[in-house]
Design a protein around this ligand. Structure first.
Ligand code: UD1
Ligand code: UDP
Length: 357
């Protein structure tokens, strides 16, 4: 039996097509939610909207420092692995739940498959980069979304045999729902009926430090002088950003995180997106919407070389001039190879073929 581990918002969009496909071919995967994210708007809403089965277990681990959270995840997951005895654990992305499940399973000699393997920002100050490196070094099956991921894995000594270039399951979800959403009522609800900028921020490097958060808020104030700004705000750093004045900028509206379908409607109809999210760099690439990434680096360079993404960091003057360039240009960009809606099928087929061999 395969045990799929999910824990936080971006995991759900990646796991949904894999679990769905396994179900279709009769493989009946089990799903464990660690509870790393737990608010309805960060978790429950996605299960409903994506039509995912309820998790078989929710471990309710919740928030904490990295060490506290990772330790709690490992203790809870060890019990689950003992009880259920999975023949394989499947992990997604680069969050603490991914790392904890991988380390725990590896020490119990349970093989691990990593979906979205081989991405590297080469910035070890990012907690996600540590999670990626450790997860890839312990996994025996690596499902990659982008061609350069294989080179990164080989350079770190990963065996070529287990590397499978399958495309991007988060994009499967986008393609599945893209034509089902109507932006007009969603835009009306959020008061952004004209051209607008959609913003999300949650990286520690932007929202945990007062100076960085202050620079970011000033950059967004300048954006709001060009066009209306909507910020569905992740709970992390909300207090810090509000302390720096995010809530009192004319033309900039802060709202709670929104569900996937509403977010997709906003994303597809925005004039420009400013974000430090990983997944949103990929989604804007497929939608051809200009994306200004508020970071100095990215583990998803294909979104810059092929797609509509640009790295701008968070200095107000740089954000402002990149915005002006984007606003005077057109939408566009190419879709990376195998981001075609079939990644979940490729992953499921590979998992099942290995199971029976
Ligand atoms: C985590 C991932 C990050 C991913 C992001 C997606 C790690 C190290 N980080 O970051 O890679 O991009 O999820 O959104 O795993 N909180 C709530 N409600 C919730 C969840 C969190 O209020 O449902 C607040 C808590 O104050 C918590 C903080 O957000 O301490 C951070 O949550 P956590 O899951 O630790 O990290 P994220 O910043 O969400
Ligand atoms: N997303 C959403 N509602 C929001 C913000 C984001 O549904 O208010 C979706 C987004 O479309 C993408 C995923 O959440 O599918 C990205 O998650 P996040 O930015 O939290 O994590 P990251 O990708 O940076 O790890």
């Amino acid at each position: 039996m395969h045990l799929h581990i999910v824990g936080a918002r971006p995991n759900f969009m990646k796991a949904a097509p894999v679990v769905d496909q396994l179900d279709k071919i009769g493989s009946r995967p089990k799903l464990v939610h660690t509870g790393q994210h737990y608010d309805e708007k960060m978790s429950g809403v996605f299960f409903e909207e994506l039509g995912m089965p309820e998790p078989d277990l929710n471990l309710g681990v919740g928030s904490g420092s990295h060490a506290q959270q990772t330790a709690a995840l490992m203790v809870a997951l060890e019990e689950v692995f003992v009880d259920l005895g999975p023949e394989r654990v499947v992990v997604y992305g680069d969050i603490n739940s991914t790392l904890a499940a991988t380390v725990t399973a590896s020490k119990m000699h349970i093989p691990v498959a990593h979906v979205e393997a081989g991405l590297r920002s080469f910035d070890r100050r990012m907690p996600e980069e540590v999670n990626r490196v450790v997860t890839d070094s312990l996994s025996d099956l690596h499902f990659t979304t982008s061609p350069e991921a294989k080179d990164h894995l080989l350079a770190e000594g990963v065996s070529e045999d287990g590397i499978h270039f399958v495309g991007n399951p988060m994009i499967d979800t986008l393609l599945r729902f893209r034509d089902t959403v109507d932006p007009a009522p969603v835009r009306k609800e959020y008061g952004v009926e004209k051209d607008f900028a959609l913003v999300t921020v949650h990286r520690p490097s932007n929202v945990d430090d007062p100076a960085a958060a202050g620079a970011l808020v000033e950059g967004l104030r300048r954006v709001s002088q060009r066009l209306p700004v909507l910020v569905p705000l992740h709970p992390r750093g909300r207090a810090m950003l509000e302390e720096q004045g995010l809530g009192s900028i004319e033309g900039l509206k802060v709202v709670d995180p929104v569900g996937y379908l509403e977010f997709l409607a906003l994303l597809a109809s925005a004039r420009v997106v400013l974000t430090d999210s990983g997944g949103i760099q990929e989604e804007t690439t497929v939608l051809g919407v200009p994306c200004l990434t508020l970071r100095e680096n990215t583990e998803r360079p294909i979104t810059v070389t092929m797609g509509s993404n640009r790295l701008v960091g968070n200095k107000p003057a740089v954000v402002e001039s990149a915005l002006d360039e984007v606003l005077s240009g057109a939408k566009g960009g190419k879709v990376p190879p195998l981001w075609d809606g079939q990644a979940g099928k490729r992953i499921a087929d590979t998992l099942v073929s290995l199971e029976s061999s």
